[in-house]
Design a protein around this ligand. Sequence first.
Ligand SMILES: *Cc1c(COP(=O)(O)O)cnc(C)c1O
Length: 393
Amino acid sequence: MTDTPVRRTAWPDSAARPLVTPLQPSVVYAAADPDALDAQYEGRVQGYAYAREGHPNADVLAAKIDRLEGAEGGFVTGSGMAAVGAMMLGALKAGDHVLGGDQLYGRSLRMLGDDLPRLGIATSLADPTDAAAIAAALRPETRLILIELVSNPTLRVADMHGIAALARERGILLAVDNTFTTPRGVRPFEHGADIVIHSVTKLLAGHSDATLGYVAARDPDLGAAMRQAAVTWGMTPSPFDCWMAERGLNTFELRYDRAEANAAALADHLAGLPGVRRVLYPGRADHPDHNRAGDLLQGRFGTMLSFEIAGGRAAANALVRAAGDIAFAPTLGDVATTLSHPVSSSHRAVADEARTALGITEGLFRLSVGVEPLELLQAELSAGIAAAAQVAG
Ligand SMILES: *Cc1c(COP(=O)(O)O)cnc(C)c1O
């Protein structure tokens, strides 16, 4: 008899457990016999069968995010958009209506505008800072409202309490995309949300090296339906990404607190610079939603801020080129500070008039603040803004 390396070997026993979550890339799991497989599928014993249906790295990560959100039974998806998709496909049927906030993440807007209508699901948008506007947009067939609590890039704060009261009264599901605010800012289940979703890609994983999402529902049956949708439509995550994200998540709270303190200080620094027309940060008294932010976010004003400089594209180019090592990148939530320019990235598909109405001009920048020394960020941004001012004249 010849041996062959094709046959798997036994995993070595160890009385001591590894400190770090093992990475388990196996797509399939071998059961002892058909009875054992029955026991597993019937839920009499816990076990994995096929990675698209679930694997340990996804479950470990989901359990950690559940604890942050005060949720139970949440699950991880292959991207933030997969989380939005699994939620919609699990919760809705043809004939339903979905109401979205009018400043949702761009791809979410596209799903509502182009994709759900093709499946027979009607959609419309309304301003989530105004509960009366949301109330006016509800229809008898409205099944779900999707909002983000702080909008990109103008950082308007939704009337969470007003919208939650409406949703409860009318028996409509309220879903919150908590990517921007994170459970460090607000835990939406404590304010009346029925569903919480995340792009884990952003602040939770925090290092721009894993693309993942998360979904949790208050109602276990609804959560199970959304999980099944993710499995059926193939929206489930890679073990490696989950493993990377879990590592990133270990420092999430530290990163968040440091970045938030930087953001608050930078907002004030920028507001004092000649050449800066306005600063948008919910923690500042001059922000239009400052009071609501104080109430909803309890002083956790977040890691994101926007500011506007004078001048057109030439000034914008000059700022980016002179802003030291701050990466110009259309993302958020990285451990390092990133600078984005909505007109040329997130909002490039938005019509000029609509953009202007939102206050999104060539001079508007959004900063996703990271954990660098504050003085370094102040110096780099000051240099960028001074260079832009020279061009703007
Ligand atoms: C990035 C983002 C998403 C989409 O997440 P991906 O991981 O890129 O698919 C959804 N919602 C918000 C608010 C986001 O910032």
